[in-house]
Design a protein around this ligand. Structure first.
Ligand code: C2O
Ligand code: CU
Length: 447
């Protein structure tokens, strides 16, 4: 922890982030961010109605956790729910004991507290959510954004955090109980009301002036909804994804944001009027965010792009592995399988720290895609549609995709589908990374 020591380069102040409150840092030490987070029952207003939710510090989404790379983050977490939970810091390559996996951490009892304490390694946009009864707790409101501001990040006129979700309501306008039915067991739970930062997306608006340039940090926190994003009314570049900013941004065209994934856009307001972010479904289009752009004589400046080295350099593959996803539905019960096993009780793969494993993810199900997520590590996708490093990738229906996973972070790491109903019904495994020095296991366990 010697930030500010040898490297005395002045850092830009932390950006003010539009979209959600930020967790207050209670520690004056500039190397430590210390915050308090309580999960509790709460009420929020949605379309003019008070609805029952689960919330962090009373808000949906939860407050933004903001930090810088190499800072130590201490989260005083209190479980004020009447059920068990844990907190997972999706995308952060932190020690396994702090990752919130219930395969590693004993879940936190109702009324109990736990201190999460870790050093944040990478800049980028991440998010946090529980990992117990995840399909239920996330649907009812427990999710929040994490913003880690890199020292070389470009400075924008404004940064916005846009956490996109959907929610399924009952007739009274409350969240319908997130139970799993044969339909949601198969397709995942798709809400009918789209949410941006916890509000009905239709009504979520911002303001800007022609000539301004912004950074949008977008998270897909839905249970199951893939988001084909589009935008109009300004000039948009895709500047980053799961593992922070890209070395080479590119103009926005078709962009698929899987459940759990993140994407970052640079928005240059080059004309007055309305700029919009939307989701294109097969025959419907949902506006997720609208910006009223006031006229002004200025034209947007070009943002000088920093020289960014990827947080993990490319390197040769050391082994290969296959993960095949499949399901079985009989009567009212659905089960999902990875390599023929539902809900693995032992690691599906054991490797030594530093292994570089090419994993083929294949999906035998027609009409159902799987957003595959690996905890605590990054991977590259061997497909130009997925530039940069990732922790989540969409596996197409009746198709396959290959990733190269850089298994540098020792521990037991969940690898699962981020359609939360699929994970609950068995699409859940672990990859074990043995610390250097320890003997490697036998590789894949036979099944
Ligand atoms: Cu977003 Cu297992 O996590
Ligand atoms: Cu799935």
């Amino acid at each position: 922890m010697d930030a500010g020591g040898a490297d005395a380069r002045p850092r830009a102040p932390l950006a003010a982030i539009w979209g959600a409150p930020t967790l207050a840092d209670q520690n004056p030490d500039e190397n430590i961010v210390e915050v308090s987070l309580t999960a509790e029952r709460s009420k929020v207003s949605l379309d003019g109605k008070e609805i029952d939710v689960l919330a962090f510090n009373g808000s949906v989404p939860g407050p933004i956790l903001q930090a810088r790379p190499k800072q130590r983050v201490i989260v005083h977490f209190r479980n004020a729910l009447d059920e068990f939970t844990t907190m997972h810091w999706h995308g952060l390559r932190i020690p396994a004991a702090m990752d919130g996996s219930p395969h590693v951490q004993t879940p936190i009892a109702p009324g109990a507290t736990f201190t999460y304490d870790f050093v944040v390694p990478d800049a980028g946009s991440f998010w946090y959510h529980p990992h117990v009864q995840t399909h239920d707790q996330v649907e009812r409101g427990l999710y929040g954004a994490i913003v880690v501001q890199g020292d070389d990040d470009p400075v924008y006129d404004l940064e916005r955090s846009l956490t996109l979700d959907d929610v399924l309501l009952d007739e009274a306008g409350n969240i319908a109980p997130p139970t799993i039915s044969p339909l949601t067991g198969l397709s995942g739970r798709w809400g009918k009301v789209l949410l941006t930062n916890g509000k009905n997306s239709k009504g979520v608006r911002g303001a800007a002036r022609k000539g301004q340039v912004e950074r949008w940090r977008i998270v897909n926190s839905a249970n199951a909804r893939r988001m084909a994003l589009g935008a109009e009314g300004a000039s948009f570049r895709v500047i980053g994804a799961d593992a922070g900013l890209f070395a080479d941004p590119f103009p926005l065209q078709d962009l698929l944001l899987p459940v759990g994934g993140r994407v970052e856009l640079e928005v240059s307001y080059d004309r007055p009027g309305e700029a919009k972010l939307f989701i294109k479904d097969v025959d419907e289009r949902f506006t997720m965010f609208t910006v009223d752009v006031a006229d002004a004589p200025e034209t947007p400046r070009a943002i000088p792009w920093p020289k960014l080295a990827p947080v993990v350099a490319e390197r040769p593959v050391t082994s290969t592995f296959n993960m095949a996803f499949d399901f079985l539905q009989s009567g009212n019960s659905t089960q999902w399988f990875v390599n023929g096993v539902s809900d693995w009780k032992e690691p599906i793969l054991t490797v030594k720290q530093g292994a570089t494993v090419k994993i083929r993810l294949s999906n035998t199900t027609p009409g159902v895609e799987h957003p595959f997520h690996l905890h605590g590590q990054f991977f590259r996708v061997l497909d130009a549609k997925w530039p940069g490093l990732r922790d989540t990738v969409q596996v197409p229906a009746l198709g396959a995709i290959e990733i190269v996973a850089y298994l540098d972070n020792p521990g037991l790491w969940m690898a699962h589908c981020h359609i939360l109903e699929h994970a609950a019904l068995g699409m859940m495994t672990d990859i074990e990374v043995l610390p250097t020095g320890a003997a490697a296991g036998t590789g894949a366990h036979g099944h």
